[in-house]
Design a binder for this molecule. Structure first.
Ligand code: SF4
Ligand code: SF4
Length: 377
């Protein structure tokens, strides 16, 4: 089979065929769809389930669906979930054990559930977040075997952003609304007088084979120009930004900043920010038994540095105040993450801003820390 690497164009029918082809290959296709008043990520049986004609309005502590006239499917920014929901699920059984009639204990390891995922509509910020979680969960001496199994089989179809949300700030974290390499296929949605279509870039052999299997045509200059202009315009319309300073150094020098008291007075330490963050990866394990005491299971579940138990050591938590826990989260995310993993832990998706019940805005907190550090000079 010949491999197509030049940009191509899929029409709406081509998008339908793409999802049908993926389902036909036995893949579990996951993408955005409208449910419960939000655009969530869920299994898609067909492209019809995509949120055609829906956009979102975002602000600190606020998320609303809005209707769009143009019928676009991907003109919305990050929703309440990220792809870690599927690659690094909130709960996962690691093993179980049973008492045998002879009084011994027999252990049964759990095979990780690893469907052949196809993720459709991965935002550029989320593509970077997946790369960060790859480094964290598979890049060290000990791999998270469940994550690794799912990740190696997953096919990623990214979508460039042409409609950034008011809480987005990917550009100031070193990213942007166009997908960096790491995708199998990258789409840019174009809706204009010439119709509804998707410019496609190929990022892998598997992506090329998939494109070959669906109706498509070579990219025409008008579609390429419109797609590029839309993404460039999105780059200039970011809703927010982080201060253009060395954040790693700023956070390191802000340990005793007064701003921590200010944010601690507002923070509920609910941990929502860590749950929605596409790069937060912390887990804990717990044992559960049945009522007979003959069967026990070990589960891994997401944990949060906002939880008091997270830093429990001997007779108490190391970070007992909300101030210490918020400072830990932000300092790790923007500073010490570099020491551990070689990058920042923030990709600027804005989820922690929109889904914080107290409307705490990471960009505002960092700007305040920067102002305080400048004032003290
Ligand atoms: S910053 Fe907001 S989301 Fe995060 S723990 Fe505090 S109140 Fe909850
Ligand atoms: S810290 Fe906030 S903006 Fe940054 S990646 Fe996490 S959720 Fe997104």
């Amino acid at each position: 089979m010949s491999v197509t690497t030049a940009p191509a164009v899929l029409d709406r029918d081509g998008l339908d065929a793409l999802v049908t082809a993926l389902v036909g290959q036995g893949r579990t296709v996951v993408g955005p769809t409208v449910r419960d008043g939000a655009i969530v990520l869920a299994e898609l049986a067909s492209a019809d389930a995509l949120p055609f004609g829906w956009g979102v309005e975002l602000e600190a502590g606020r998320y609303r669906l809005v209707r769009r006239e143009d019928g676009a499917a991907f003109a919305h920014s990050a929703g309440p979930q990220s792809w870690k929901t599927f690659l690094h699920p909130a709960r996962e059984r690691l093993w179980s054990a049973d008492r045998t009639p002879e009084g011994h204990v027999s252990f049964t390891p759990e095979e990780p559930a690893a469907p052949d995922y196809a993720f459709l509509g991965v935002r550029p910020c989320d593509l970077r977040a997946v790369a960060i979680q790859d480094r964290v969960l598979t890049g060290g001496r000990y791999e998270d075997s469940g994550y690794g199994a799912r990740r190696r089989r997953a096919l990623l179809i990214s979508v460039d952003c042409v409609e950034p949300g008011a809480t987005c700030f990917c550009v100031s974290t070193g990213g942007g609304p166009a997908a960096d390499p790491g995708y199998d296929l990258a789409l840019t949605e174009v809706v204009d007088g010439d119709g509804h279509r998707f410019l496609v870039r190929v990022g892998s052999e598997e992506g090329a084979r998939l494109l070959e299997a669906v109706p498509h045509r070579g990219a025409d200059p008008a579609t390429e120009t419109t797609a590029r202009a839309s993404v460039d315009a999105a780059r200039d319309r970011m809703g927010r930004s982080l201060p253009p300073v060395d954040l790693r150094a700023l956070m390191g020098a802000s340990l005793d900043a007064e701003r921590w008291d200010d944010v601690a007075a507002r923070c509920l330490t609910c941990g929502n920010c860590t749950m929605v963050c596409p790069t937060c990866f912390c887990v804990t394990t717990e044992e559960v038994t049945d009522l007979t005491g003959d069967h026990t299971e070990r589960w891994q579940r997401w944990d949060s540095c906002f939880d008091l138990d997270f830093s429990y050591l001997h007779e108490g938590p190391v970070r007992s105040s909300g101030k210490a826990r918020y400072r830990q989260w932000l300092t790790h995310k923007l500073s010490t993450w570099h020491d551990q993993f070689g990058t920042s832990g923030c990709v600027g998706c804005g989820r922690c801003i929109a889904w914080c019940p107290a409307g705490i805005d990471i960009t505002e907190e960092v700007a305040a820390l920067h102002t305080e550090s400048e004032t003290e000079r």
